[in-house]
Design a protein around this ligand. Sequence first.
Ligand SMILES: Cc1cc2nc3c(=O)[nH]c(=O)nc-3n(C[C@H](O)[C@H](O)[C@H](O)COP(=O)(O)OP(=O)(O)OC[C@H]3O[C@@H](n4cnc5c(N)ncnc54)[C@H](O)[C@@H]3O)c2cc1C
Length: 153
Amino acid sequence: MSRRSATAALRLDPLLRKIASVVSPGDAPPVAVRAGMIPCGGVLPVVARERALLVGDAAGMVSPVTAGGIHTALQHGERAGEAVARFVRGEVGDPATWFVRNYPRFLLKRSLRWAFDNFQSDWMFNHLLGTPQMRRMAELIYFHRKGGPLPKD
Ligand SMILES: Cc1cc2nc3c(=O)[nH]c(=O)nc-3n(C[C@H](O)[C@H](O)[C@H](O)COP(=O)(O)OP(=O)(O)OC[C@H]3O[C@@H](n4cnc5c(N)ncnc54)[C@H](O)[C@@H]3O)c2cc1C
């Protein structure tokens, strides 16, 4: 991202104007700022080195479609903990050499992201959103196989 677009992305004035009738932080300076880009471009090329692992957001383990990363962070975080414990007990070699091979690759979701970035059209999506096929796709993306159908309107 260029410096210009990064600065533009951080402008809060339009948001503050929009919510001014409901909430206003006044002129007080922010006490703290906690923000960052959601790493939804896929798992990073390097996620481990000797005796060190990255998991969750730090590894870029975030869905390129929904930017959701809670499930993968918990799942792989727990397994990473178990792998490290087994390493400490001398049962396995350094997890940096084998554990990260099981990280998700998000091939389908990265393809969907690419298609969305390159072919997204509001007109088309507005029409598609009302179709049963699109509804089914949304159910699968957001709730996977376990989720029930989306509520009807
Ligand atoms: C606004 C927003 C909405 C989201 N909504 C969803 C959603 O609906 N569903 C979903 O699945 N995902 C969602 N996500 C993404 C999800 O929150 C993250 O993918 C997930 O929390 C990643 O977990 P993590 O443990 O990898 O990282 P984090 O939850 O970011 O945990 C990292 C922790 O490390 C701490 N830390 C950082 N640096 C240091 C340091 N030097 N020393 C010590 N501690 C440090 C941080 O304070 C933090 O507590 C959302 C994210 C955002 C920002």
